[in-house]
Design a protein around this ligand. Structure first.
Ligand SMILES: [Zn+2]
Length: 388
């Protein structure tokens, strides 16, 4: 626990973000929309926390969500004196929004080419392989000035029909809230206490397990909130459907994971450290969806079809992006560098050794998740803390 106040935590993370912090990449009206959506979303988190406390799965706790003037893609959660601070960089929101605009611009491409690379191959790593115009999307280490300029220039080359604007807003919201629910799960499931009590030799393994659990919780909570929001909208006579929501969720999470860890694209690069390979995290997202959907078989089948369709459309768009990067649309690279693959979502080869490696990693992750949950207070009373 730090002795920081919420204001300290926000200041250390870059200061508070306002409508003009990142205005070229996130126009003020979009900033207001994001801030308002987060307020509504937080009401759902409050209800989830109240329910968890009522059934004894978590002690009462308080938190605040703050948008910070940081260019980073990574959300964080900090334990303060009396509450937790979930810090969301405005740079992450702007990057996600621009990535949604870029990928959706390929929506009508029929029969997109496939990028055939396997994550078991040794793949050249390093940010030098990211074309100049895509650095603002994929490279973590860019400052706010570079991010703002980079996204502004990129925005000018994106040709997106305005009819997609609601989809851009919704994909941005779903990706950002998935990031927030990941951080929220760290708090809800008691990860801070478990990690604080662990000795150095166990800490790395516990941390990796907690990250798996946080992804799993993020997916379960995202689904629960979507279900409640759709029911609420239907009750008010507004148009809303779980199928459209799930298609967008599948697209948003796949898109988001594709933006992570652009400097590490093959499986062996993730042998150590807190996180698993983004492609593995994406597969585990589908496992979490499969477990979280509590519907009759025929309804569940349509839900799973929708979320898979979102994933498929996103992967096709990522393949198109790679092909256009190879054609030089986003600027040229230093001699000896090649833009493919751009990201770690390497679904082009799924068979043979790739399949064997992926299944092995999935089994390892499943074992670790079970092991971690046996130690988490949230899962000590039989039912776990996953939202019902
Ligand atoms: Zn985490």
């Amino acid at each position: 626990m730090s002795g920081w106040s919420l204001e300290d935590a926000i200041a250390i993370a870059g200061g508070p973000a306002g409508p003009h912090t990142c205005f070229e990449a996130l126009p003020p009206q979009d900033f207001d929309c994001v801030a308002e959506n987060l307020q509504v979303f937080n009401l759902h988190l409050e209800q989830i926390a109240r329910e968890a406390v009522a059934r004894g799965a978590a002690p009462p706790f308080d938190w605040a969500i703050a948008l910070t003037a940081s260019s980073s893609l990574a959300c964080t959660v900090r334990r303060l004196e009396e509450r937790y601070a979930i810090l969301v960089p405005i740079g992450a929101v702007a990057r996600i929004r621009m990535m949604a605009r870029l990928l959706l611009s390929y929506w009508h491409v029929e029969n997109p080419p496939r990028v055939i690379r396997s994550p078991v191959d040794a793949i050249e790593d390093g940010t030098e392989s990211v074309p100049p115009l895509l650095r603002g999307l994929f490279v973590e280490d860019v400052d706010m000035a570079e991010l703002r300029l980079g996204l502004l220039v990129l925005d000018r080359v994106i040709k997106l029909d305005p009819v997609f604007e609601p989809d851009v807003r919704e994909l941005t919201h779903l990706a950002v809230t998935w990031l927030i629910t990941h951080e929220f799960t760290h708090v809800l499931h008691g990860h801070f206490d478990v990690l604080a009590a662990a000795g150095d030799e166990r800490r790395d393994r516990l941390l990796r397990g907690c990250e798996l659990d946080a992804d799993d919780g993020a997916t379960a909570i995202s689904l629960l909130v979507m279900d409640r929001a759709v029911r609420m909208a239907s009750a008010l006579g507004q148009e809303a459907s779980m199928d459209t929501g799930l298609l967008r969720l599948g697209y948003a999470v796949t898109m988001l994971l594709g933006m992570f860890d652009v400097v590490r694209k093959h499986f062996p690069a993730y042998a150590h450290g807190a996180y698993n390979h983004p492609l593995l995290r994406c597969e585990l997202f589908f496992s979490a969806i499969d477990r979280a959907v509590q519907e009759p078989p025929e309804v569940k089948a349509t839900f799973l079809h929708s979320v898979t369709e979102g994933w498929k459309r996103c992967i096709h768009a990522y393949d198109m992006l790679t092909v256009e990067a190879m054609a030089g649309r986003f600027g040229s690279l230093p001699p000896g560098r090649h833009p493919a693959p751009l990201h770690a979502m390497l679904y082009g080869v799924l068979g043979g050794p790739t399949d064997t490696a992926l299944r092995g990693l999935m089994a390892e992750a499943g074992t670790l998740l079970t092991e971690i949950r046996a130690q988490l207070p949230a899962f000590q009373h039989g039912g776990g803390s996953e939202p019902a």
